[in-house]
Design a protein around this ligand. Structure first.
Ligand code: 0WK
Ligand code: 0WK
Ligand code: BGC
Ligand code: BGC
Length: 929
């Protein structure tokens, strides 16, 4: 009773009659005198409110330092972003595994969050198992520690009969400072408490756990959370006002919801994110030196991390008992206790634990417990020794709660100021053995906090079920976001079987297209190119290259024989949209205008050069220089062209200009030009692939297979497949997504070129934009804000995919691209955008790979070969510039056409050289005829 009286400062009200009143007054005076003498000895540990406010102010200053990118490195409060942007919102649902590592107990749990029918509140069911953590593991090799965690997880699944086959989402509570750039990633900055496992600092703890788990369990580590964050989320499950998480256990720490705009280390200015303050390190820079006592310095010197975790060593459970021991030891050595008789036990580190301190401060049995504990230390305590030691505990633990109160006051003040509130109503979720088991700790803390921040109405909620329920909530949010995202992206993931079937459908399209009068969407257009160059070509040629990103006019000088070479001079000319989609006459007049300009530029206007015209659109050719435009593709839609002979239209335009003349010898598709250009280097090149604005392939087909008449006696001819048309008959509808249909609907050639719209540069950016639009409309991206920018067709050019997907690009730069597009984004948004780009481009590359596999296998079978060695000449910005497109395409061909050894030769000079070579061959054939 006396102790409670002293604690609450109203002792005299308790005593009933005069005799016992005198006795209790005597006892009180005796008690107070001993306490006063201890108070004097520990004067430096007794912090009054002004000092606490001073500490709180220093703390606030350090928080600011930690939040700013410039000063974060020097700050002791690391203010670590947690990527938890909201407290539970009631939509969390599902079954989760949780691992809780870093507190006094290592636990594995299963958390089931269910929304029962007809019930408003969700129910949470938890199964948990505590596992031993042998000391040697805490200071041994890091991998062994995580192998132990993995073993325990496996044991838990077996014990609880939870299937090992089923994929389990897991939330990992890891109670140490981690630098996180995402919810499921975190680099360990340093160990603390009694952990010092080797080889893990600077490593990603999620990966480390995944590697340890990977053997024999299908577990998906979706979230890494600090125990303070888990505690905040656990308490937030029942109390929406819970926006601070506090741990006073083996270690100590706090987290809270900070305004995103104040967290420099994370992009985004709107909303909030939970910040893990890692306040245990407060004072590591000397900010608390004027409050440190010799005992604190001794604790630090004897710890496994001297100079680190200054505040933690003054506050948390790992150290409080030791602090008391060092004080009692010093007082004994000074003869102030136990008549100065020091025992070995009292000299032994760790002999007084925080549990002892809590026991000694019990209201009722405190003094008796103190006596028992001191007897266990082979001391022979007198009653005032017991009172004195008990009071040492009080001073030490009181200082701890006071320091926590000062830190908490700093956080609460900051939140109130952030929100410009006069008074702040908030809940603090708390956990930790010191707070839970120490008889007076909680009350003392609440009292001092309310005294230090009277304008904050603070409710303290003890986390009954540890931090794992909270970790499960965070995992549920992560899973929901990931699931929704994956759901949208799953339709872009093509299985090996699906790719095999695309290959088969392409093959069927090729076969059908070779038939006479076929209506195959794969048109298989004869090119009238019967062989690849043989090095005898020579002469000067003009070449036009229309249909790709740039329109080029080229002068090509070919030398044969020993000094054989091809030299090009070219000039790029823009083709304005209004010309692309104007009249055919305007288009060809524009082309002739460019030729005229070029001939001036090379001074050959009078030369009447032979010309090869690379025209990258489907043309039904009747000869090498006769080709009827079947249909425009890509961004072209000039009128009065389709169904007309392209060479005629060019000749007409030249006539209209009447300034120069050329001899149009050949019209070639860019795939054919590319094949020829590369075959000049590598005679084995018999396929031309364009993966650029458009998508297409040509190859040398056996003439016997081409059921189109009047094609002559040669063995083979190059066929322009126009594979872009595959799917126009609906044969790809099972893999075409709603996003593809949206792109097709908004295109200028609705219903056409379906394969091209899944695989080529003109469309991939649009497919990505459609996915982003959908994810935003569903609130999974850009905070659900559908901006005008996002609704603007063509804003997401395919070049951005290549940039965004390049591995060296940090998320920051993804953000700056999005910024440039007028899309405000967060870090998570950047990750999602990168994933969407990856899914869309990967599918495109795989589909091209499946198409190519069909072509090479056809050639192999044409030639009755078990194995085919062949080269593909490639061009196109998508293939050339995208960081992964070419690799994925090649891998797909290897997987789907294992009997074909395909070499890919990038066309450095473009198809213009090829067009000139074809012109040279055609010219010679004309002369010989
Ligand atoms: C229980 C939580 C755990 C946290 C621990 C801290 O579930 O995540 O680390 O409290 O208290 P301690 O066990 O260190 O006293
Ligand atoms: C460069 C070639 C040209 C072809 C283009 C395709 O010289 O004939 O049309 O590549 O790539 P794109 O420019 O469409 O990316
Ligand atoms: C760790 C914190 C943790 C705290 C409480 C400290 O030592 O650095 O990450 O939250 O202990 O467990
Ligand atoms: C055209 C093809 C061309 C391809 C690549 C497609 O749109 O139809 O003729 O080869 O784009 O440029």
């Amino acid at each position: 009773m006396i102790r409670r009286g002293v604690e609450e400062g109203n002792i005299l009200t308790h005593s009933a009659d005069s005799a016992s009143f005198c006795l209790s007054l005597l006892l009180l005076l005796f008690f107070l005198s001993v306490s006063l003498f201890v108070d004097r000895f520990l004067y430096a540990m007794r912090l009054h409110d002004d000092q606490l406010r001073d500490i709180s102010a220093r703390f606030q200053a350090e928080m600011k330092k930690g939040l700013s990118a410039e000063s974060n490195a020097a700050a002791t409060l690391k203010m670590l972003p947690t990527h938890v942007c909201s407290t539970p919102d009631g939509s969390e649902n599902g079954e989760f595994l949780a691992v809780d590592l870093g507190g006094s107990k290592f636990k594995v749990l299963q958390v089931k969050v269910r929304k029962e029918a007809g019930r408003v509140r969700r129910s949470v069911e938890m199964q948990e198992q505590t596992y031993p953590l042998p000391k040697e593991l805490l200071i041994g090799r890091g991998v062994e520690l995580f192998d132990h965690v993995s073993e325990c997880l496996k044991d838990f699944l077996l014990q609880k009969k939870i299937s090992l086959e089923k994929k389990h989402p897991l939330g990992f509570t890891f109670s140490f400072p981690c630098q996180q750039t995402a919810l499921n990633q975190g680099l360990l900055l340093n160990w603390s408490k009694n952990y010092w496992a080797r080889g893990l600092q600077g490593k990603d703890m999620v990966n480390t756990l995944r590697q340890a788990i990977s053997r024999g369990m299908d577990v998906d580590v979706l979230a890494l959370v600090n125990d303070t964050v888990g505690t905040m989320m656990t308490c937030g499950f029942d109390d929406q006002h819970c926006e601070v998480g506090l741990i006073i256990g083996t270690g100590t720490n706090a987290c809270y919801m900070e305004e995103l705009r104040h967290i420099d280390l994370v992009e985004g200015d709107e909303g909030r994110m939970c910040v893990n303050t890692e306040w245990g390190a407060f004072g590591d820079d000397g900010a608390l030196d004027d409050y440190l006592t010799e005992f604190d310095r001794d604790i630090d010197a004897a710890s496994i991390n001297p100079g680190k975790q200054c505040l933690e060593k003054m506050v948390s459970g790992l150290y409080l008992g030791e602090l008391v021991r060092l004080v009692v030891l010093k007082m004994t050595k000074l003869g102030l206790l136990f008549d100065g008789r020091v025992t070995d036990a009292l000299r032994t580190k760790g002999k007084i634990t925080t549990a002892h301190v809590a026991a000694m401060e019990q209201y009722k049995d405190g003094l008796k417990n103190t006596r028992d504990i001191l007897l266990d230390l082979s001391l022979n305590p007198s009653p005032d020794d017991c009172i004195a030691v008990q009071h040492v505990c009080t001073v030490v633990s009181f200082r701890s709660s006071n320091l926590v109160a000062a830190g908490l006051a700093a956080i609460l003040t900051r939140i109130r100021q952030n929100r410009k509130l006069k008074t702040l109503r908030i809940t603090v979720g708390v956990d930790g053995t010191v707070y839970k088991t120490h008889p007076q700790y909680a009350k003392r803390l609440h009292k001092v906090v309310r005294r230090l921040v009277p304008d904050c109405h603070v409710r303290f909620v003890l986390s009954e079920s540890g931090s794992s329920k909270g970790a499960a909530m965070v995992t549920a949010v992560a899973q929901r976001v990931t699931a929704r995202r994956h759901q949208s992206l799953s339709s872009f993931r093509l299985s090996r079987d699906q790719l095999r079937s695309v290959k088969a459908r392409m093959r069927a399209g090729l076969e059908a297209g070779l038939k006479s009068n076929s209506h195959s969407p794969v048109k298989m257009l004869p090119s009238y190119v019967f062989r690849t160059p043989d090095g005898t070509e020579c002469g000067k040629y003009l070449a036009l290259d229309l249909g790709g990103t740039n329109f080029r006019v080229l002068l090509v000088k070919i030398r044969s024989g020993l000094r054989r070479s091809v030299r090009l001079y070219n000039k790029l000319y823009p083709i304005p949209l209004e010309i692309m989609q104007g009249t055919g006459e305007e288009l060809f007049d524009h082309i002739v205008h460019c030729i005229s300009d070029f001939l001036d530029y090379v001074g050959m206007k009078k030369a009447r050069l032979p010309l090869g015209f690379t025209f990258s659109f489907p043309c039904l050719q009747a000869a090498i220089n006769v080709g009827t435009l079947v249909s425009w593709t890509k961004g072209f839609k000039a009128t009065d062209c389709e169904g007309n002979d392209v060479v005629d239209m060019l000749r007409e335009a030249i006539k209209r200009r009447n300034e120069f003349d050329v001899d149009i010898v050949a019209i070639v598709n860019d795939t054919v030009g590319t094949m020829m250009s590369c075959a000049y280097e590598d005679p084995q090149c018999e396929i031309g692939l364009i993966a650029g604005t458009g998508s297409n392939v040509c190859y040398m087909e056996e003439l016997r297979n081409i059921e189109k008449n009047g094609l002559g006696e040669m063995q083979r001819m190059c066929i322009n497949t126009e594979w872009g048309g595959l799917g126009e008959d609906g044969c790809l509808d099972d893999i075409i997504t709603e996003y593809d249909n949206a792109v097709d609907r908004e295109s200028i050639n609705h219903g056409r070129q379906r394969f091209e719209k899944l695989t080529s540069g003109l469309y991939l950016g649009e497919v990505v934009r459609q996915v982003l639009l959908d994810l935003t409309r569903r609130g999974l991206l850009f905070k659900g804000r559908v901006t005008e920018a996002l609704k603007t067709p063509g804003i997401f050019e395919t070049k951005y995919l290549s940039q965004i997907e390049s591995d060296r690009l940090a998320l920051l730069q993804v953000r700056s691209i999005l910024q440039h597009l007028g899309l405000d984004s967060t870090c998570d948004d950047s990750i999602i955008v990168k994933e969407v780009c990856g899914a869309v481009s990967r599918r495109a590359a795989q589909l091209c790979g499946a198409g190519m596999a069909a072509v090479v296998d056809k050639i192999r079978e044409n030639r009755g070969l078990d194995q085919l060695n062949i080269t593909v000449g490639v061009d196109g910005t998508l293939y050339k510039l995208h960081p992964h497109f070419s690799t994925v395409l090649q891998e797909t061909v290897v997987a789907l056409a294992p009997q074909c050894y395909v070499t890919y030769l990038l066309s450095e000079e473009g198809s213009g050289r090829g067009a000139a070579l074809i012109t040279a061959v055609a010219r010679r054939d004309q002369v010989e005829m």
